[in-house]
Design a protein around this ligand. Structure first.
Ligand SMILES: NC(=O)c1ccc[n+]([C@@H]2O[C@H](COP(=O)([O-])OP(=O)(O)OC[C@H]3O[C@@H](n4cnc5c(N)ncnc54)[C@H](OP(=O)(O)O)[C@@H]3O)[C@@H](O)[C@H]2O)c1
Length: 246
């Protein structure tokens, strides 16, 4: 397990957007960032789940978060523009972005994957990570060495049978991060890194491995140290790298 002992108020006054913030790993990251002093912009599709995280942050005395419901499967130019304009008006910048929302779907042979399933998996995991980072780039550049983190997967680093779309999408996210690093490495604009969470007890994992006992897996909260490290000042030199949470 990646270990990191963050200083108090590691993320004081930071503005950080987390996608997939309503559940699983994104929820755990959002709660940890708020505990570290950040104002977290909670993005997801299910408003009730986002509101529950909002309430948890408020109840624990963290900075008031914001909620932005977006369906990353269907979002287009108008949705991203509205999102970015809203953040610009309210905060003027973004110190961090965690492209964490993901969708895996059931395991199946590639011949059985429909074009609709392929496109959904590619869009939520890869297309939305590209679009979110592209549209947020001006906001990220307004901050000092903003950090962009992509949640990938072991399936982004090696091939797994029966997950052609998810494995291709997560390999794509790793490649996208490296291209962004190459294009930006001689600037101080933003830093980009990936995190492989590893197996973890969430809805996404259950959908792919329904017979697995979730109590045998790490819990989302166990994975937050690497996400804290990569968002804070101790990791300003980390750029273009592939990290693992466990
Ligand atoms: N759990 C694991 O074992 C594991 C292993 C390796 C990598 N990962 C990666 O970790 C990340 C987080 O997944 P998780 O395990 O925490 O799963 P999760 O609990 O199912 O969370 C996935 C999140 O993605 C959001 N999302 C899915 N489709 C969306 C859409 N169309 N628009 C907006 N948001 C959408 C969901 O939001 P709503 O609830 O609002 O729909 C949800 O909050 C993913 O990128 C996943 O690939 C997980």
């Amino acid at each position: 397990m990646f270990t990191y002992d963050p200083p108090a108020n590691l993320l004081q006054d930071k503005i950080i957007l987390v996608t997939g913030a309503g559940s699983g790993i994104g929820r755990a990251i959002s709660l940890a960032y708020a505990r570290a002093g950040a104002t977290v912009i909670l993005l997801g599709r299910n408003v009730e789940r986002l509101e529950a995280v909002y309430d948890e942050i408020e109840a624990s005395g963290g900075p008031e978060p914001a909620i932005t419901p977006v369906d990353l499967e269907s979002a287009g130019d108008a949705h991203y523009t509205e999102l970015v304009n809203g953040i610009h008006q309210e905060f003027g910048r973004l110190d961090g972005l965690v492209n964490n929302a993901g969708y895996m779907g059931p395991m199946m042979p590639f011949q059985s994957i429909t074009l609709e399933q392929w496109q959904k998996i590619m869009q939520i995991n890869l297309g939305a990570s590209f679009a979110m980072t592209k549209y947020c780039f001006p906001l990220l550049r307004n901050a000092d060495r903003a950090s962009v983190i992509f949640s990938t997967s072991t399936a982004g680093r090696q091939a797994f049978a029966y997950s052609a779309a998810y494995t291709s999408a997560k390999h794509g996210v790793e490649a996208l991060m490296r291209v962004m690093f190459l294009e930006l490495e001689n600037t101080s604009a933003i830093r980009v890194n990936t995190v492989n969470p590893g197996p973890c007890a969430t809805a996404l994992r259950r959908s792919a491995f329904p017979n697995e006992d979730p109590s045998t897996l790490p819990q989302p909260g166990d994975l937050v140290p690497v996400y804290l490290y990569l968002m804070g000042a101790d990791s300003l030199h980390e750029n273009g790298k592939a990290f693992s949470a466990q």
